[in-house]
Design a protein around this ligand. Structure first.
Ligand SMILES: Nc1nc2c(c(=O)[nH]1)N(C=O)[C@@H](CNc1ccc(C(=O)N[C@@H](CCC(=O)O)C(=O)O)cc1)CN2
Ligand SMILES: Nc1nc2c(ncn2[C@@H]2O[C@H](COP(=O)(O)OP(=O)(O)OP(=O)(O)O)[C@@H](O)[C@H]2O)c(=O)[nH]1
Ligand SMILES: [K+]
Ligand SMILES: [Mg+2]
Length: 461
């Protein structure tokens, strides 16, 4: 079907393990000629006559020269990762040796695989659907427990299952509606309207739920940016260091110590927070560099997912803090108010002083007091109780946009029925809905789309 641009007939080869030195490196071949190619390089026995899912140890030889001693694994199609004949060669992990083996395979007729091409073939051979294939890329890129779990859930088909179910039920209805169109003169109704409305409502709820999970999915996949903002000497850099448990930023009692922004990643409960320490913000400065730093700090504040507004409890006035709260609200920022240097004042007097402003977390960044409370608050703010272990979570912008289209077409279908719009117009909306559902799992794709999706993978996958 997509024969030409994909090179369907070609046998492809790539290093499957990481570039660089390791104990063992695995090279993978997939395609019709895989067994023939390995057999010509492996004189010890005839590999074309061996059973699938067997391992063979021996020397790899090209033109009489030994390249390496290797283990060869055989996967006879369709029972392989790609669905084609697959051969894996485990060699010694020297980049030089592995490169020579790849070259020998190329000399025997293989060509270098494009990024994602193994997984693309698995998709085209029906081993995975598109959403599952994309989850493979997510799994490879995952760097936290949460992102690993979400990707794995989707590789197993968690997301696809829910869409498949939805799509099948809509297809049934669509068939009945199309049938009614054929009998349009007779004014009959094959599709039970009550059932149809039920289905639409359910579909809308499922779709909305999946689309809503994208916000969380994005957090899981890309992390959350947190800007630490406040006046000079509030203790922002001290807080950064305490949260990281590392002396990352310079701390001093000189106001205006931090000039440029400093970003570091912190994993709290499986979610990546990108903490950004910024230059202190004050009304007047004659220092050019400091004022550039302040501008940068304000920009970071605007872009951040969450702002920690840090203040020195002993310095700030209630009126001053109130005007900052007003400003944060006006800017519609998600923020946490954190009162620092609480080690310098009795807790009761702090509660008393700040009683008119709710939700302040009092900490001592320097003495490392109550910083756990701040961490918990960060996680709460992001998840808002949303994470449920076995929920399907959308992490992919392509899926999100397709779901939005599905949702809109469901609304259009429903409005269509309610307003007695002619059947052929409603049928168009149903087809549009099915189209976008199919786009997610890959029942409906264009070649360009596929090339684009798989080009985001790493080579060898
Ligand atoms: N050596 C190796 N390890 C690997 C992979 C691989 O391709 N090779 N994988 C690559 O991502 C992952 C595992 N995923 C895989 C998924 C399916 C099949 C496979 O051969 N499936 C066949 C046969 C199943 C069977 O015999 O039970 C099939 O589905 O028909 C292999 C690996 C991670 N580890
Ligand atoms: N007592 C006390 N002192 C603190 C605390 N946190 C920070 N400090 C002190 O406050 C001073 C300023 O700390 P920094 O972390 O440099 O403050 P900053 O907000 O990064 O300052 P700039 O980068 O200049 O804007 C240093 O002398 C810190 O030791 C705290 O919790 N308690
Ligand atoms: K300072
Ligand atoms: Mg600082």
């Amino acid at each position: 079907m997509q024969g030409k641009s994909i090179g369907w007939e070609d046998t492809i080869v790539a290093l499957a393990t990481a570039q660089g030195i390791g104990a063992i490196g695995v090279i993978r071949l997939s395609g019709r000629q895989s067994f023939g190619i390995i057999n010509r390089l492996f004189p010890a026995k005839d590999l074309t006559k061996q059973a699938s899912h067997t391992l063979h140890v021996g020397y790899l030889k090209e033109n009489g020269k030994v390249l390496d001693e290797v283990v060869v694994s055989l996967f006879k199609g369709p029972k392989s990762y790609t669905g084609e004949d697959v051969v894996e060669i485990s060699g010694h992990g020297s980049p030089f040796v592995l490169q020579q083996i790849i070259q020998a395979c190329v000399n025997q007729g293989a060509r270098l695989a494009k990024p994602g091409e193994f997984t693309q073939r698995a998709f085209l051979n029906g081993k995975l659907d598109l959403a599952q294939a994309e989850a493979v890329a997510d799994l490879i890129a995952s760097n936290t427990e949460a992102s690993r779990k979400t990707a794995l859930h989707n590789i197993r088909g968690g997301f696809s299952e829910r869409l498949k179910d939805l799509r099948e039920r809509l297809i049934k209805f669509s068939a009945l509606i199309e049938l009614e169109l054929d009998f349009s003169q007779e004014d009959v109704e094959f599709a039970d309207r009550t059932q149809l409305f039920e289905l639409l409502a359910e579909a809308q709820q499922t779709t909305q739920q999946l689309a809503n999970s994208f916000q969380l999915g994005n957090v899981i996949k890309n992390g959350v940016s947190v800007a630490i903002i406040g006046k000079p000497n509030a203790g922002k850099s001290t807080l950064l260091n305490t949260l990281l448990n590392e002396n990352r930023a310079i701390v001093s009692d000189i106001a205006g110590t931090t000039r440029d922004t400093i970003e570091e990643v912190l994993n709290i409960d499986g979610i990546l927070f990108r903490l950004i320490d910024t230059a202190g913000i004050r009304e007047h400065t004659h220092d050019v560099i400091e004022s550039i730093g302040m501008e940068k700090a304000l920009a970071k504040m605007q872009q951040a997912d969450v702002v920690i507004y840090l203040f020195d409890v002993n310095e700030i006035t209630i009126a001053g803090l109130q005007s900052i709260v007003d400003e944060l609200n006006a800017k519609k920022l998600k923020y946490i108010l954190v009162g620092n240097k609480a080690d310098m004042a009795p807790e009761a007097s702090l509660r008393e002083k700040f009683s008119t402003i709710p939700g302040i977390i009092f900490i001592s960044a320097k003495a490392q007091q109550h910083t756990e409370v701040l961490k918990e608050k960060l996680v709460d703010l992001v998840l808002q109780g949303k994470i449920q272990t076995d929920d399907t979570i959308i992490t992919n912008a392509r899926h999100y946009h397709a779901l939005q289209e599905v949702l809109q077409s469901l609304i259009d279908i429903r409005n269509g029925f309610e307003n007695k719009v002619p059947g052929d117009l409603v049928a168009l909306d149903i087809r549009r809905c099915l189209h976008y559902l199919g786009e997610i799992t890959g029942e409906i794709t264009t070649e360009d789309q596929l090339d684009y999706i798989f080009s985001k993978f790493c080579i060898g996958k």
